[in-house]
Ligand binder design. Structure first.
Ligand code: 2HA
Ligand code: ZN
Length: 275
């Protein structure tokens, strides 16, 4: 994979987020931990900044390099000016500071959700045995609407609702969706809670804010978010059309999970019995 292909992979993702209405203004952010082949595409770069102290520590990410979207930058503009709107950073030898190697022109920095992204990368690198490299945070309207529509949302309730409203869900996120109560955007607390949840799950919903999705690459992280958002859209469309009159049953979901050999968590089904 050369540099252009990698930048196009990021730009395609951010363009899709904008097109779906998930990234208004400077909303949403994306990061990709580079694998060996991708690192080779960015070989020979000098530091473009001093070492900048992180507010959190991620020792297991020492020396790792990441493509990040920039703070305050609009995801819809990545494709027209990648060197302004995204950048490449490198962590130091104990995961306490980073420096910019490329991009964020002029004088930019990585996303305000840097702590959440880096702590999430630390978790998923470990929990997936170095398989997962991508983290996306975005403002999916229908998932956000669900966090306003229910006073009693929980991980089990949200997961069961999504699983029961769209047959793909149990296959695409068999470990469910974590629901986190509202915390300040960009805070270390939100980052720590998100990273802890990702030990079990691939998706984390931030109440009254948005969602975080992870995966092997940006396509997989994007796809997981898309499927969850679609299930939320189906639920809201039914509610607007007079109410949900039927849902996928326990037996149907067990059959789907069995057919696709999903390593799922059926106990979460009790969170919302459906109708
Ligand atoms: O980048 O989405 O959560 C803006 C945000 C912060
Ligand atoms: Zn956000």
């Amino acid at each position: 994979m050369n540099r252009e292909t990698l930048i196009n992979h990021v730009a395609k993702t951010t363009r899709d987020m904008w097109d779906r209405g998930w990234a208004e203004a400077n909303g949403g952010n994306v990061s990709l931990r580079l694998n060996d082949e991708q690192n080779a595409a960015f070989a020979g770069l000098q530091g473009q900044s001093e070492w900048i102290q992180l507010s959190v520590e991620a020792p297991s990410l020492q020396g790792e390099r990441f493509i990040f979207t920039g703070t305050g930058r609009y995801l819809r503009n990545v494709e027209i000016a990648p060197e302004r709107n995204i950048g490449l950073i490198e962590l130091n030898n104990n995961g306490t500071a980073y420096r910019i190697l490329w991009g964020f022109e002029p004088n930019g920095r990585p996303t305000s959700e840097l702590a959440a992204h880096l702590l999430s990368h630390a978790t998923i690198k470990d929990s997936t045995n170095n398989y997962a490299h991508a983290v996306i945070h975005t403002h999916t309207p229908s998932i956000i609407a669900l966090t306003y529509a229910f006073a009693d949302l929980s991980t089990a309730k949200l997961t069961a609702l999504l699983w029961r409203m769209h047959a793909e869900c149990v296959v695409v996120f068999p470990k469910g969706v974590e629901f986190l109560p509202w915390m300040m955007a960009g805070s270390d607390d939100l980052g720590q809670a998100t990273a802890a949840a990702l030990r079990q799950r691939t998706l984390v919903v931030w109440e009254q804010h948005g969602i975080v999705g992870t995966g092997r690459n940006l396509d997989e992280a994007f796809g997981r978010i898309y499927v969850a958002e679609k299930a939320a859209e189906i639920y809201l469309a039914c509610a607007a059309a007079g109410g949900v009159k039927k849902t996928l049953t326990d037996a149907q979901l067990q059959a789907i999970a069995g057919n696709f050999r999903c390593n799922w968590e059926p106990s979460l089904l009790a969170g919302w019995p459906g109708v």
